[in-house]
Design a protein around this ligand. Sequence first.
Ligand code: NAP
Length: 214
Amino acid sequence: MFTRGMDHPDEAAITRLGVMGGTFDPIHLGHLIVASEVRHALELDRIVFMPAARPWQKAIYSNAEHRLVMTALAAAHNKRFAVSRLELDREGATYTVETMTALREFYGPAVKLFFILGADAAAKLDSWVRIEGLREVAELVVVGRPGHTVGDGPTPDSWPVMHRVDVPAIDISSTDLRRRLRRGEPIDFMVTDEVASYIRENGLYVGEEPVDAA
Ligand code: NAP
């Protein structure tokens, strides 16, 4: 189910697993810092980055295999990070509830699952498919980020167990990175060197920005 580095803690030793879903188009240091901060704050054994294959609320996104490889290259910097292709191997629109339910079945009740998401995504949680099913299988981690108060999004009453973690303000966004790349502007120190090389070698984010891009 996972691609991972050789130093990852033994699968059997995991009792607290964080899942960070995203389009990761491309993955950047903001994502990595969020994962690191949440892992530390909640004492998680591992963070699994979960690239969404077909994020149904977005009109346009890059090839999922490219996004997965970039995510794996970035995650390789931390032995407690892993990447899953679970959502790439599933047909149809990508619904988080199906992913987290599959992880719940795989790990069983002894492992606590935490789904991590930023304030923007959290504020739109009501529009997600089968949100009540997600509530049953995972604790929610809402990350405070620049431009948002940590009070945005779901209230504690609406989720059985919800955590809020503040991260340092890292004002990098995938949308801005794609714009920079199309304009030939630098992205140094915003993505890892390996991700920058992969983007360059595969000619990603060149030419006109698609009109409907999020
Ligand atoms: P994304 O843009 O790739 O970002 C991934 C996460 O990182 C988001 O939660 C985002 O927070 C956070 N983030 C990005 N830049 C950050 C920064 N500089 N500082 C702090 N946090 C930062 O992901 P996405 O496209 O919004 O998707 C998020 C997840 O929601 C995916 O797993 C997707 O499948 C899921 N989703 C599910 C449904 C459903 O099941 N029905 C519907 C919609 C989305 P922000 O949200 O604040 O940008």
